[in-house]
Design a protein around this ligand. Structure first.
Ligand code: HAH
Length: 330
């Protein structure tokens, strides 16, 4: 008899959801793995502004509707990503009569977008990444200098949460960001959410994207970030996890397969991460990977175009890596 591997999400069912970002391709190519191992799904790109709202008077929900239907068919919970962001957002929203749009009009457009998208999936999406990546990476700067910020100042952030809450009062609303375990950025994210909470803004959680690698960030910094965010009394979600085989500044392109050393380090890191998640399970609502298996990842194009990467728990043939058995056995 062949040994039957238990399911990743069933292993953690009492602790937190186990999620994966999917797209049109991977919902087919990884369907069996998704069905067996994950109980929460996020659309990788298909609910982003430019995907669902290409023109002011035109919403395009065909693909996102299919994804929500796929999740429901397989009894998977669905997360929403993302409503207000500086990337993958149609230019028209910031423009008017050949120049920058007025603040009042931009706010109205943002509300229309949030009402329509969140409203469409009301009760079917349990959690939204309402605002994505508005904190600056530079240590001496607080907010990212985006068009949202240039036109509206920081006020768009609280408005986005208010509109999303009105559109679906039951959804868990998150502020989501990357480099979330870096102490300087962590403290700014903490400050932002603390201020929002003090003003009574309906923000319910912090999404730690967790685009990590086999060297960084340290377990200590990950722990401190979870603790600091949780100290605000909000839910923490790991929203976009992947564990790159390369340090962020490593631009090498010579590998067609990961080295043994890389595989060992990744295995060790994944086991440690899941130990930490278990430790903080009281605060963590979901752990979502930004993909399913190593045949497809956004990291094949980022930060080095065309370079392969192998960041997940399933290999390029949809087979579980050794470390999955260790995570499930614990
Ligand atoms: C994330 N940004 C985004 O939230 C997600 O929507 C996208 O699919 C992939 C990654 C992470 C990021 C970035 O966009 C630019 C620089 C660093 C990190």
């Amino acid at each position: 008899m062949t040994e039957q591997l238990l399911s990743l999400y069933q292993q953690f069912e009492k602790d937190f959801k186990i999620g994966a970002a999917i797209n049109r391709r991977t919902m087919q190519s990884s369907e069996e793995v998704i069905k067996k191992h994950f109980n929460s799904l996020t659309a990788e790109n298909e609910m982003k502004f430019e995907s669902v709202h290409p023109y002011e008077d035109e919403y395009t929900f065909e693909i996102s509707d299919k994804m929500v239907a796929f999740a429901e068919k397989h009894q998977k919970a669905m997360r929403g990503h993302t409503l207000v962001w500086h990337n993958q957002t149609s230019d028209w929203i910031f423009e008017q009569n050949g120049g920058l749009v007025e603040a009042e009009t931009l706010l109205k457009r943002m509300k229309d977008h949030i009402d329509t998208v969140v409203g469409r999936y009301k009760g079917r999406i349990y959690s939204w990444d309402v605002v994505n990546e508005v904190i600056a990476d530079e240590e001496d700067k607080f907010y990212r200098d985006s068009k949202w910020y240039q036109i509206l100042g920081a006020s768009f952030i609280e408005k986005a949460f208010e509109y999303a809450h009105l559109a679906d009062p039951d959804a868990t609303l998150l502020y989501n960001d990357y480099n979330e375990s870096n102490p300087a950025k962590r403290d700014k994210i903490y400050q932002l959410v603390k201020q929002l909470k003090e003003k009574g803004v309906p923000v319910h959680g912090i999404g730690m994207q967790a685009h990590w690698n086999i060297y960084d960030p340290s377990l200590d910094n990950i722990r401190k970030a979870i603790e600091k965010y949780a100290s605000l009394g909000v839910e923490v979600q790991i929203t976009e996890m992947d564990v790159s085989m390369f340090a962020f500044n490593d631009k090498r392109t010579d590998l067609t397969e990961p080295t043994e050393k890389m595989k060992e380090l990744q295995s060790e890191r994944y086991q440690q991460f899941f130990e930490v998640f278990k430790e903080y399970k009281e605060h963590i609502g979901a752990v979502t990977f930004w993909g399913v298996a190593d045949d497809y990842t956004w990291l094949h194009d980022f930060p080095v175009k065309g370079r392969k990467n192998w960041p997940f728990l399933f290999d390029t043939n949809q087979q579980p890596k050794e470390v999955l058995k260790k995570i499930i056995a614990k």
